[in-house]
Ligand binder design. Structure first.
Ligand SMILES: [Zn+2]
Length: 431
């Protein structure tokens, strides 16, 4: 006697059903029709199979003898609905099921082409995935199978995951974003109802909705690009001009060069760049500006109309200097970072009028004070501002509290001195 196992029966029934579907142009997907059909096939068919259905099991017998197969009640549905597919797994995690291998290959190629396009100017040597990509043939319900286009859409969107984050001391929305390789706007969007000014409490739990790519395309090649060489501005002193007056004596113009470089790329990010060749196509012309002599504004009018020459600025906050004015790590630091504790009061360095007091991008909560004679001071990253626009402030008056708002990694006061529109070293003016 032929012993039927589950797979044999599945196979037999499926073949019969395929023929049935072909003859009757009945779509596979109609599981009701198929369930009825199987029942009919089993009962009316050869008389060899019969199905004894109870509440929780279906047993298949041959010539009155049970053949040792006890199928689950889902067998009918499963049989009526299962089709062949190819399961795509990324780093051992099943992601999608596609109709066939060909579609999987089309999908992977289409995803690579989003980031890597071979052109005359882009010679691509290798393209691969960072993750382990595997496929396996499976039998599944038709609704589990995605079309190539649907799968590509999902790949492009990435894997959306929600995580929780516990607020640490000195955290700001900006810092949390930076710690998690997100944008501030993305962190804010993960927490409906908050904005950049919403105060964070230490220990508070916030949400981070991260979008992680399923696949990382790695490419290597050689690219040729035409780049603009921006002209620089050379300022020269002309004592014949009035103070603060400028005159352009040579108009600058941008140059152009062709740069050839070897690169490695991960999705849309260039990871390494190695310049192989550079050719100037068009020379750059510097702009030359003559400038009148600058008043040396070490003295500041402290009280309007008093006619008295004032003393210099005072330190807005007593504390260690965390960072000086000038270049640091390739970036120009426009002020002095004075260390402080969250909530420490700081004072106006000199008498003046508040030009602005409020949120100012990377400066966070910031105050700008006009001291006259083209001299301004700025106080950034405050936790609280105690003055408002238009207000007159005197030297030594408390104007705000130290904080870590805006682009800041900890509580400190970023103090700037601006003279005739240029940043100046605060240490030259503080006494
Ligand atoms: Zn700073």
């Amino acid at each position: 006697m032929k012993v039927f196992n589950r797979n044999n029966i599945r196979k037999n029934l499926k073949e019969t059903l395929n023929i049935y579907a072909f003859l009757h142009h009945t779509p596979w997907k109609s599981s009701k029709i198929m369930a009825l059909f199987i029942l009919g096939l089993v009962l009316v068919g050869s008389g060899v199979y019969y199905v004894n259905s109870t509440d929780n099991a279906v047993s298949v017998s041959v010539n009155g003898t049970e053949v040792g197969l006890v199928a689950d009640v889902k067998l009918e549905e499963e049989l009526s609905a299962s089709i062949d597919g190819v399961k795509l797994a990324i780093d051992n995690k099943p992601i999608f099921i596609l109709p066939n291998q060909e579609d999987v290959q089309k999908l992977l190629q289409a995803f690579q082409q989003i980031y890597v396009q071979k052109t005359d100017a882009n010679q691509v040597d290798t393209v691969s995935f960072e993750e382990k990509v595997e496929t396996r043939s499976v039998e599944v319900a038709p609704e589990e199978v995605l079309t190539m286009e649907e799968a590509l859409e999902k790949l492009k969107q990435g894997d959306v995951r929600q995580e929780e984050y516990v607020v640490q001391p000195d955290d700001s929305w900006w810092l949390i974003a930076r710690k998690n390789e997100m944008r501030t706007s993305e962190v804010l969007a993960s927490n409906p109802g908050v904005n950049e000014d919403t105060v964070l409490q230490i220990g508070q739990t916030i949400n981070l909705v991260k979008v992680l790519p399923y696949l990382t395309v790695i490419a290597e090649g050689i690219r040729t690009e035409t780049k603009t060489i921006p002209f620089d501005v050379v300022t020269k002193l002309d004592p014949s001009l009035a103070s603060g007056e400028t005159k352009i004596t040579q108009q600058g113009s941008d140059g152009e060069k062709e740069v050839k470089y070897a690169y490695t790329q991960k999705n849309d990010k260039i990871m390494t760049k190695n310049i192989l060749d550079e050719q100037v196509l068009k020379d750059v012309v510097s702009q030359v500006v003559m400038k009148g002599p600058q008043r040396m504004p070490i003295v500041i009018a402290s009280s309007r109309g008093s006619g008295q020459l004032a003393s210099s600025m005072i330190w807005p906050l007593a504390g260690r200097i965390n960072s000086y004015y000038g270049y640091r790590e390739g970036e120009f630091h426009t002020g002095l970072d004075i260390n402080g504790y969250q909530g420490d009061p700081y004072v106006a360095a000199a008498t003046g009028t508040v030009v602005s007091a409020g949120w100012d991008g990377n400066y966070g909560n910031s105050i700008l004070i006009d001291h006259g004679n083209g001299i301004f001071t700025r106080y950034a990253h405050s936790s609280m501002l105690l003055v408002s626009e238009g207000q007159k402030v005197s030297k030594g008056q408390t104007i705000g509290l130290v904080g870590s708002t805006g682009r800041s990694t900890g509580p400190h006061l970023h103090f700037e001195v601006i003279i005739n529109g240029d940043f100046a070293n605060p240490l030259n003016y503080l006494r």
